[in-house]
Write a protein that binds this ligand. Structure first.
Ligand SMILES: Cc1cc2nc3c(=O)[nH]c(=O)nc-3n(C[C@H](O)[C@H](O)[C@H](O)COP(=O)(O)OP(=O)(O)OC[C@H]3O[C@@H](n4cnc5c(N)ncnc54)[C@H](O)[C@@H]3O)c2cc1C
Length: 379
């Protein structure tokens, strides 16, 4: 068993770490406060190849393995989890769905511009009435000549107002329930694709989470993505991969909290000595470090299994579940170590805490991860 990254992965990690420190971290506080989407960072992230991380080179992606992608996402999340969410969701959800299930024509037409970062990708499954129970979605696509016409509502769509390409999940045969769901590629300019509002969120505030309405959105027949009525299964497999990315975001946030807490504990003096000298603080730091290491190992194991073409569904859920809860705990402890200073916005740890909470909800709540894990064990 080899716990080391390859030389290539280490070099990539250093490149992204340097980039994140120089370009992503400096504006994170201001973007969070203003809930401002980082438009200026998109071309820079694109130049690094981060919008087509696992897209094959033939479609102008970086053709990276999943472990490398997890390493990259952790580094970006260390600087700003909102930016990491943009990168992770674009790659694993929208680009991933087209890459895994698209036709050659669809890949040439959409995947290349997504991989180049010319267009951002969104992936819309969740609706006002269907979240964890995603198979009960109500958005409807009806055949109309050589087109499909889509009507419905989508909620919490990441890149919902900034994407150029959307993958929309819709029912094509309500009588079949979740077995009657199909996916469609919808371009931003398509008439009837309406951004209802952009959400004002607790955390990952610089990411764009929007509610959408689809009013007679007409797409050509050839924009059906994957097999007719097969998209729910496809979407679940996309989510299994996406969960590794959310796990990596959680590890990045938790590491940021640990690094801040360690630095602060050495600097802050009470009772005539650095608070790092108190055992209570040392234990918190030790627990944070141990749990973060364990979370990272779970994330990389899930990515490794996926890279090997082996089953990784349970591993991905375990990684996402554990890493998310570790991130919430670690960021909570980081605030505790900062005392009152952790509770105000001059220090970044309160942002880390708010950002971490997203990881327990997005791409399947912790409860749903437990359900996936238990089902795998009990079947
Ligand atoms: C910032 C952000 C970005 C997002 N981005 C996207 C995106 O790009 N695309 C997209 O499609 N969706 C996106 N989502 C939606 C996200 O996937 C859902 O919010 C999530 O799956 C939960 O659904 P819900 O919010 O409807 O909660 P609900 O499903 O209503 O859950 C409410 C509570 O009930 C629990 N619960 C539900 N069912 C069960 C059960 N069977 N057993 C035990 N407990 C249960 C849940 O765990 C939760 O605690 C995003 C969400 C957020 C917050």
């Amino acid at each position: 068993m080899d716990f080391d990254l390859t030389e290539e992965q280490k070099a990539l990690q250093q490149t992204v770490r340097d980039f994140a420190a120089a370009e992503v971290a400096p504006g994170a506080k201001e973007r969070d406060e203003q809930a401002r989407f980082p438009h200026e960072l998109i071309p820079k992230l694109a130049r690094l190849g981060l919008f087509g991380m696992m897209v094959p080179q033939v479609y102008e992606g970086a053709g990276l393995d999943g472990v490398s992608a997890a390493v990259i996402i952790e580094e970006i999340a260390r600087a700003d989890a909102a930016v990491a969410l943009i990168v992770a969701s674009h790659n694993s959800l929208c680009a991933g769905h087209i890459c895994n299930f698209g036709t050659e024509t669809q890949k040439r037409k959409y995947l290349v511009s997504l991989a180049r970062g010319e267009k951002l990708g969104a992936w819309a499954l969740t609706e006002p009435g269907s979240g964890s129970d995603a198979g009960s979605l109500k958005t409807r696509a009806r055949p109309a000549g050589d087109s499909w016409v889509i009507d419905g509502e989508k909620l919490f769509t990441t890149q919902g107002s900034t994407a150029g390409v959307y993958v929309i999940l819709a029912s094509t045969d309500p009588s079949l329930g979740s077995r009657g769901i199909s996916a469609f590629i919808v371009e931003r300019e398509t008439p009837g694709l309406i951004v209802v509002r952009v959400e004002n969120k607790l955390g990952v505030r610089a990411s764009d989470t929007a509610q959408l309405r689809l009013e007679s959105v007409r797409v050509p027949q050839e924009n059906l993505l994957g097999e007719l009525n097969h998209a729910f299964k496809d979407a679940l497999s996309i989510l299994h991969g996406g969960r590794i990315g959310v796990g990596a975001i959680a590890v990045g946030i938790a590491r940021a909290a640990l690094e801040e807490a360690t630095r602060y504990a050495k600097e802050r003096k009470q009772f005539g000595k650095a608070i790092a000298e108190f055992e209570a603080i040392q234990w918190m730091i030790a627990d944070m470090a141990t749990e973060i290491d364990a979370a990272r190992l779970l994330v990389r194991r899930a990515a490794y299994l996926r890279d090997q073409g082996r089953p990784f569904k349970r591993a991905a859920s375990e990684a996402k579940l554990f890493a998310s809860e570790v991130a919430v705990k670690a960021t909570n402890r980081a605030i505790q170590i900062h005392g009152g200073y952790g509770y105000v916005k001059d220090h970044p740890v309160e942002r880390y805490f708010r950002d971490a909470k997203f990881c327990e909800i997005g791409e399947g709540t912790s409860e749903m991860q437990r359900l996936v894990i238990a089902r795998e064990l009990l079947r």
